[in-house]
Design a protein around this ligand. Structure first.
Ligand SMILES: [Zn+2]
Length: 250
């Protein structure tokens, strides 16, 4: 049994995306694999899920820096003065150049983004408001500030796709005025927004190399939490850590 669905190892760090484990024993409150303490849950289930993910990732869950997200574009910088495990409140992104610090973004349809530079790593939570409000540009700027020069890379986690993120036509049109190209159509032909495609384009325009194929659509794939499909759902995580020895892996 594992809630870790994908692992990445890039120059400067390692990262993981979790999901649900449909083979795991049912967890009636929060759901199998919920890792968010700010969602309804039973503490023993949350602790067990965190232990499982910590073991699978070789990290210590009590030291994770989780974002307490507000759909904004502020970025936290985790430096050595920040106590390990401190929740990062009121921000939708974080960066760190400190080896061994683990940053975590929680999502259930919004796009979890992991960022890698030779000397730093970052995370971002990119929902509609964040994408339109500039969280991607903000986290890239913060990453460059702590990492110095060097290639930047990103991996996008599971998120609701344009196939399923239906919005009213007026909202669609307003979003397209801010960010041309974010508009899409659902699989059933109505107006939608394609957040993963918009994030990918924003990153590429900023010179960040986005690696890997598109991640699964959370609404379609029950191996992930989806707020749209199940408004009471838990949250999956994207985790990233800077390698302790600054290893560079091709
Ligand atoms: Zn979909």
């Amino acid at each position: 049994m594992t809630f870790v669905q994908r692992s990445v190892r890039l120059s400067g760090g390692r990262g993981w995306f979790t999901g649900r484990d449909l083979q795991a024993p049912p967890v009636p409150i929060g759901g199998e694999g919920n890792l968010a303490h700010r969602r309804p849950h039973r503490p023993s289930d949350l602790a067990a899920a965190r232990r499982e993910v910590a073991a699978a990732t070789g990290t210590d869950a009590t030291t994770w820096h989780l974002l307490q997200q507000v759909h904004g574009s502020d970025v936290a910088v985790v430096d050595p003065a920040v106590a390990p495990g401190k929740e990062l409140r009121g921000v939708d992104a974080a960066v760190t150049a400190v080896p061994g610090r683990v940053l975590g973004v929680q999502a259930a349809d919004c796009v979890p983004v992991l960022l890698f530079a030779p000397g730093a790593v970052g995370v971002a939570h990119a929902g509609r408001a964040g994408v339109l409000g500039g969280v991607i540009a903000a986290v890239v700027e913060a990453l460059q500030a702590v990492a110095g020069t060097g290639p930047l890379q990103a991996v996008l986690g599971p998120a609701i796709g344009g196939c399923c993120y239906e919005v009213p036509p007026a909202l669609h049109d307003a979003a397209c005025e801010v960010l041309p190209g974010i508009g899409a159509r659902t699989a059933w032909g109505t107006h939608s927004l394609d957040l993963p495609a918009a994030v990918r384009r924003q990153l590429t325009d900023l010179g960040v190399d986005v690696l890997g194929p598109p991640a699964p659509c959370t609404y379609d794939d029950e191996a992930y939490f989806s707020h749209r499909r199940d408004p009471g759902s838990g949250r999956q995580l994207g985790l990233v850590v800077r390698d302790a020895h600054g290893e560079v892996v091709a």
